[in-house]
Design a protein around this ligand. Structure first.
Ligand code: PMP
Length: 408
């Protein structure tokens, strides 16, 4: 698996220097790896919404109605006007209200991350990431030549005190701080209010951009909302917010948005023009029509219940099968939990476990794939969102069997 994301060496081709920094994503590669398997696999690897959480009937119906001539031609780079208008209206009722002069529709959250790095990261710039982190995000920064600084987390998110100390050793402030503050991918942890405030203060002191990547914030299923960076510091020119419909509607549409200071909107548009001209137009129309019909809030309410049941089911199965041989986080929303092997499982390398478990019919993402420096040998990410409670029970049973096999 790891080998499959290491590019073939092609010494005869005149590759750009940056090509060596294209590290690939084990998360994304798991899609084709799993598709190629012929046996039954419980899929805890990819962060996909549940099939039941995608309003597919409504999408099918909408798809038949939106295909007029405007769907077949190029659209505006900043996004379809109807989608932008509806998005502003929708966001007015969320913790992060916005306005059209701040928004650009993107091809998923990934393009938002790419644009953030394209605009702000020069080769050699220091970029802070949480440890563990969403390595597709850190890989984007790497592809622009960033030097990454991993900052450990606890159950309240990034250890901001340590961030200050660690940055001290580098004798230069970070250019950007990449954070997934709410129901973090991969840990499921949410950054506390105190830490958010402390991080904002440091960013202001250093003049660092905060790349606030939040695909899961609208998926809280227990506990209380914590004010977002935008709420704490409205209209902050240092805040760059990356959002997506992938987790709340469907990732296949590839529709997301960025929310950033109006002074850089034209640069965002220019940067996107150099990538893909515009985000897929029919897909934007489908998402716009879905929002226009007014069902998004009810949809979110129902999928929150579904995901809560699944998170509870997974923790319950883990407790029954693995007991005190592991510890886990207990997320209040989102898709993922983080499992650390302890006791008699402690010495197992989750990269080796991956191969055994795959043969046994269960897939997850090993900890080292979620840390640029390959930390967390004895930890792994589990997506509880996409499997039914029955499949979760089966998958955790299989995973326990694989773990026991490895210590036998
Ligand atoms: N950021 C995080 C933290 C994510 O979990 C994901 C999706 N797994 C993305 C960004 C990318 O979102 P999209 O699929 O919309 O490109």
């Amino acid at each position: 698996m790891t080998a499959s994301i290491i590019a073939n060496q092609a010494p005869t081709l005149p590759l750009a220097g940056r090509a060596k920094d294209l590290v690939g994503s084990m998360i994304d590669s798991s899609t084709s790896l799993l598709a190629a398997q012929t046996h039954d696999i419980v899929r805890f690897a990819m962060g996909s919404p549940a099939d039941e959480a995608v309003p597919s009937e409504e999408f099918r119906e909408i798809a038949g109605t939106i295909l007029d001539a405007s769907s077949f031609t190029y659209g505006a780079t900043e996004g379809e006007p109807r989608l932008l208008e509806l998005l502003v209206k929708y966001l007015a009722g969320t913790p992060d209200p916005s306005s059209e002069d701040r928004l650009v529709i993107t091809t998923g959250g990934m393009q938002g991350l790419d644009l953030a790095c394209k605009l702000f990261i020069d080769p050699g710039d220091l970029v802070v990431v949480e440890s563990p982190t969403y390595t597709n995000g850190s890989a984007t920064a790497l592809s622009y030549g960033a030097q990454l600084l991993e900052v450990p987390m606890d159950e309240d998110g990034m250890l901001v005190d340590q961030l200050e100390d660690l940055v001290g050793h580098h004798h230069r402030p970070p250019k950007a701080i990449y954070t997934i503050p709410t129901f973090q991918n991969p840990s499921g942890v949410t950054m506390s209010l105190e830490r958010r405030k402390a991080l904002l203060e440091l960013a202001h002191r250093w003049g660092s951009i905060i790349i606030d990547d939040d695909p899961y914030g609208l998926l809280r299923f227990s506990g209380n909302d914590i004010p977002t960076f935008q709420t704490l510091s409205p209209q902050d020119p240092l805040l760059f917010s990356v959002r997506t419909f992938s987790k709340i509607l469907a990732p296949g549409w590839r529709v997301g948005w960025v929310d950033a200071d109006p002074s850089i909107r034209q640069l965002l548009i220019n940067g996107k023009q150099a990538m893909d001209t515009c985000t897929n137009v029919p897909n934007q129309h489908i998402v716009a029509e879905y929002i226009a019909r007014g069902g998004l809030d009810d949809h979110l309410a129902s999928i929150r219940v579904l995901y809560r049941e699944r998170k509870d089911a997974m923790l319950d199965s883990i407790a029954r099968h693995m007991g005190d041989r592991v510890t886990t986080t207990n997320p209040e929303g989102g898709f993922f939990l983080w499992l650390t092997l302890t006791g008699e499982f402690e010495g197992i390398d989750t990269r080796e476990l991956f191969e055994v478990a795959l043969a046994d019919g269960v897939a997850f993402i090993p900890g080292p794939a979620l840390s640029p420096g390959g930390r967390f040998r004895n930890a792994l990410r589990l997506c509880f969102a996409s499997s039914t409670p029955e499949r979760i029970e089966e998958g955790i049973k299989r995973l326990t069997g694989s773990l026991e096999k490895m210590i036998a």
